[in-house]
Design a protein around this ligand. Structure first.
Ligand SMILES: [Zn+2]
Length: 279
């Protein structure tokens, strides 16, 4: 199987890229690598969950004995190993993405980029939930900086590109995925939507979303390094397997943080959201 295409999913962390990656990775022609930059931590002695497959732990049919021969061949190697022509990478770091784009451009591999956008207020809330001690102003500044860098990457991207709203992905999933499969020039496979019933081997990514696979395929729990925080455990226990629009920020976000966000980043956030309103 030859590698035909690499599809990058970019955007701010906590924007739903794990969900989108898992859905696309459920297509017969696609393999979702997770955040492929985590390949550099693979087999490291650390017990961090980033050093192994989030589903299988160390005993993984894809990553278990994976050794990257040349960083330039990462996607080529993955395509051979998984026997799929399209590799999906949801690393959000602009520097990693730029490096991969430069490498692949030379190899004449078709490049595609999906910019997944989620309301900044929801992103900040997820971030503050995960890292309780972080300074809200700093979290907001990091978001602004990440969005500015991602906008630049998107504008300069040499291949096919598309912008997708997390809200649409979560609320009109089928329609949104059909838009994306058309963009990737692959057929829409209805079973993709039930991503939790498929086999996956992601590196990194959102543990809560991935835990839905373990909920559906309980036998996978034995080896998976996934551990939910108490608060998320409570949320995902009641979470249906189906995709649910996460709007927890509306009740969880401190009004003071909301005000600070509006002051610092309101205009930037609205620019993106307005683009979709016009469509
Ligand atoms: Zn695995």
């Amino acid at each position: 199987m030859d590698l035909q295409k690499v599809c990058f999913i970019c955007g701010a962390p906590h924007s739903g890229s794990t969900l989108l990656g898992l859905i696309l990775g459920s297509h017969s022609k696609c393999f979702y690598a997770g955040e492929a930059n985590k390949v550099t931590f693979l087999h490291s002695k650390s017990s961090s969950e980033d050093s192994k497959c989030k589903m299988c732990g160390q005993n993984c049919s894809i990553w278990g004995d994976f050794t990257l021969k040349d960083p330039k061949d990462l996607y080529l190697q993955l395509s051979l190993k998984t026997q799929t022509p399209i590799i999906i990478d949801s690393t959000k770091k602009p520097t990693w993405l730029q490096e991969q784009i430069n490498n692949l451009k030379r190899e004449q591999i078709t490049l595609t980029l999906i910019y997944l956008y989620r309301d900044g207020r929801a992103v900040i809330n997820s971030r503050l939930r995960k890292y309780k001690d972080s300074e809200p102003a700093k979290v907001i500044d990091n978001w602004i900086s990440h969005i500015n860098k991602t906008n630049q990457l998107y504008n300069e991207f040499p291949g096919d590109k598309i912008k997708i709203l997390y809200k649409n992905l979560a609320q009109n999933t089928i329609e949104t995925i059909q838009t994306i499969t058309k963009f990737l020039t692959i057929s829409f496979e209805p079973s993709m939507i039930a991503f939790y019933e498929h086999e996956h081997h992601p590196l990194g990514g959102n543990t809560g979303t991935q835990s839905l696979i373990l909920k559906s395929q309980q036998e996978k729990r034995i080896n998976s390094p996934i551990q939910l925080s108490e608060r998320n455990q409570y949320y995902y226990e009641d979470h249906p397997l189906q995709i649910k629009f996460d709007e927890r920020w509306k009740t969880e976000l401190d009004p003071k943080v909301l005000h600070l966000f509006d002051k610092k980043a309101g205009a930037l956030n609205t620019t993106f959201l307005d683009e979709f309103k016009k469509q």
